[in-house]
Design a protein around this ligand. Structure first.
Ligand code: FAD
Ligand code: SF4
Length: 510
């Protein structure tokens, strides 16, 4: 072989130009590595899914005539990091050029650049050909402008890529249909059962157990339902556009104790591993909407498109603009430890119990559960963002740092001081009750702020805003919150803060 091409676990993009031609002098390598399995406690389903998808991708490339080496975790010659393994292969095959695709993760980007600087042979990095934007595009777009508002970036993306546009105007007359997309699931409404595959990942599971990798969550490896190849990813996309898109927007923010995915696409794993491209997903959704002849309303489609060309590309841009400083930000200087029940779901708070238990069972929670239940609580309770990141980076099937940290430390914890959001996402039981059925069977009373059974979200909400008054009260979006707080009698304020203090001292017991 003349050239060694490294494929990372989240670069399973069959449509990449690398694969346009077969070349027997090019050796592709895909590696299962301890450096990747051990940097946080990953959900067992997440590692199984990555390994299975990587192996399937290797087989697919082989079937198309490419030369591929798949290095398993338990291969005796596996030295468990990219550098040593690549060096061994370069020596073994007398390789003259090392090539890779730009990683999405800062850590790997740095490591690979350092590695290439040291190599005595030629090296080359390629774009992944996956995203709409390149790493620097968001930075250039906002350069010279005030703030980094997602909505402005999103509108630019719509115009630039001519997505849902009538000339210069947005289709439907509005850029944003959020207000129509906040319905609770009606009592007897049963969402379409979500598509589940029947994959067997026993071999991957056994390798992980054998290697004694520390994992979280549960799996029934004989019935593993995440998509692990491109065909399944496409099937999942088709299922979504047909069965979920028609109500995606309407119930986008709804939560339910018995429904873990509602109308969400669950395409994040397929997209983050690049088995599916965002363009394919966007085009499939638009196509389905067009063919539906107004059966699918514009608010369903726009709500979905915004997640992909807006939030997903935006978070990627913010990551490259703000890393590595971003991963150390702690605007509120929160220092508490994450309560132990985040790892078990054993809490009396019904919303947290369900959101955490389903995360452990499925390696999945949808956006509002992540943002307004687990994230909201961690923020109100003043948990150290390092601990919050550690949890989110491991538990979800789709968790990769570029999209995890921007959402967690940024959007959900406001530890970035307002880069990704114009105010912290906080809510009391009122909001949770409005969007879900969790409160109906909870140990705590959603209407109470103080007293033995008072919902912890209520006092912690006020405590948070009181505590961080110096940092938040000048934010005009929060003026209403401080107005309500200041109108309360000093006795009531004191009682609420006292209740919050008690809860904060007894977090483990909630
Ligand atoms: P859908 O609701 O069907 O949305 C469609 C797609 O839009 C998703 O697949 C995803 O690719 C994209 N999307 C939606 N919201 C966002 C967002 N805020 N940022 C980026 N992309 C978005 N997403 C991840 O992919 N990996 C993570 O590690 C991750 N961590 C998160 C942590 C927190 C605290 C929060 C609040 C959100 C996080 N998100 C993360 C964003 C979002 O919650 C998930 O992308 C989404 O829940 C995945 O489920 P889905 O595919 O069913 O999404
Ligand atoms: Fe959650 Fe409070 Fe509702 Fe219980 S009452 S489910 S703790 S918001």
């Amino acid at each position: 072989y003349k050239t060694l091409r490294l494929i990372l676990g989240d670069q399973l993009n069959l449509q990449h130009s690398w694969y346009n031609e077969r070349d027997s002098t090019v050796l592709y390598v895909i590696m299962e590595l301890r450096t990747e399995t051990d940097y946080v406690w990953h959900h067992i389903q997440k590692i199984c899914a990555f390994f299975a998808a990587m192996e399937n991708f290797a087989d697919l490339l082989k079937s198309k005539g490419h030369e591929v080496l798949y290095l398993k975790l338990d291969n005796p010659s596996n030295r468990q990091n990219f550098e040593d393994n690549s060096e061994d292969l370069i020596k073994k095959y007398n390789i003259q050029k090392f090539e890779y695709q730009l990683p999405d993760e800062f850590r790997l980007d740095k490591d690979l650049r350092t590695f290439c600087d040291k190599l005595p042979i030629a090296t080359q990095a390629y774009d992944t050909e996956h995203f709409y934007t390149d790493r620097e595009e968001l930075g250039s777009f906002f350069s010279g402008k005030k703030g980094l508002l997602m909505e402005n970036f999103y509108r630019e993306m719509r115009k630039k890529h001519n997505i849902l546009m009538h000339g210069e105007k947005p289709v439907g007359g509005k850029w944003n249909f959020d207000e129509e997309n906040r319905s609770k699931l009606p009592k007897k409404h049963k969402p379409n059962a979500t598509i589940l595959f029947d994959n067997n990942v026993q071999q991957q599971y056994d390798r992980i157990i054998e290697a004694k990798i520390k994992t979280i969550g549960t799996t029934n490896s004989a019935h593993f339902f995440w998509p692990i190849d491109r065909q399944q990813a496409i099937e999942m996309l088709n299922y979504f556009t047909k069965s979920c898109l028609p109500l995606f927007g309407t119930f986008q923010d709804a939560m339910h104790a018995e429904e873990w995915a509602i109308y969400h696409s669950r395409l994040s794993f397929a997209m983050n591993t690049k088995m599916l491209s965002p363009k394919e997903v966007v085009n499939a959704a638009i196509d389905s909407w067009e063919k539906s002849e107004k059966q699918i309303t514009i608010n369903q489609l726009e709500g979905f498109i915004r997640q992909i060309i807006g939030w997903r590309e935006y978070m990627r841009g913010i990551y490259w603009l703000k890393m590595p400083d971003f991963e150390k930000m702690n605007y509120f200087n929160h220092q508490r430890k994450l309560p132990g029940w985040y790892w078990t779901g054993n809490t009396k708070m019904n919303c947290l119990k369900h959101s955490i238990k389903q995360s452990l069972d499925y390696a999945y929670a949808h956006h509002i559960q992540r943002l307004m239940i687990t994230g909201n609580f961690a923020l109100l309770a003043g948990i150290n963002p390092d601990e919050v990141d550690f949890w989110y980076l491991g538990i979800y099937i789709d968790a990769i740092q570029w999209v995890e940290i921007t959402n967690t430390r940024g959007m959900s914890q406001y530890a970035d001081g307002g880069i990704t959001g114009s105010k912290p996402y906080t809510a009391s039981a009122n909001y949770i009750h409005k969007q879900s059925n969790y409160c109906e069977s909870c140990h705590y009373d959603r209407k109470e702020k103080t007293g033995d059974n008072a919902c912890p979200f209520n006092s912690l909400y006020w405590n948070f805003h009181d505590l961080h008054r110096d940092k938040l009260s000048l934010n005009f979006r929060l003026s209403g919150v401080y107005r309500i707080w200041d109108k309360k009698s000093s006795e009531e304020r004191e009682a609420i803060l006292h209740q919050a203090g008690y809860y904060l001292d007894h977090l483990e017991e909630l």
